[in-house]
Design a protein around this ligand. Structure first.
Ligand SMILES: [Zn+2]
Length: 137
């Protein structure tokens, strides 16, 4: 993996993790909802994002303070014929896991070392004797 793509993935992963953290904690007190012409709605509240069938006629979106925090967060996913509940910690964990995986798995090697960690000082074959990766120095 090129260092530039690694940086991009790390940057995007950290940003998404951060945004989800903000959305998750905000959703304890705020409800964001979008209804679309009496067919479906998407809402975010109490730590979940939900997709549901809506009988609301018309298209509208709103963000309002809802004192739902007394009920606490919803922790587990639920699927019924009327709605889907996805707790935000699931995508949060996925983005964090992906970011950490890329961080550790594609760490650039230290100067003078192969990506497997082998010290290439004095090596003139052009190939790492440990893992067989060609290198240019
Ligand atoms: Zn190597």
């Amino acid at each position: 993996m090129k260092p530039r793509s690694r940086r991009f993935i790390l940057c995007a992963g950290l940003s998404l993790t951060f945004i989800l953290t903000v959305v998750w904690s905000t959703s304890w007190w705020w409800t964001a909802a979008f209804y679309c012409d009496s067919s479906f709605g998407i809402a975010c509240y109490r730590g979940v994002v939900t997709y549901y069938f809506s009988s609301f006629a018309g298209t509208e979106w709103h963000l309002r303070y809802a004192a739902d925090s007394e009920y606490g967060a919803i922790w587990w996913p639920r699927l019924t014929y009327l709605f889907v509940l996805i707790p935000l910690w699931i995508p949060w964990l996925a983005f964090l896991g992906e970011t950490m995986f890329v961080w550790f798995r594609f760490k650039p090697p230290a100067p003078g070392h192969c990506q497997c960690g082998y010290n290439l000082a004095g090596n003139e074959s052009g190939v790492c004797p440990e893992c067989g990766t060609p290198f240019t120095e």
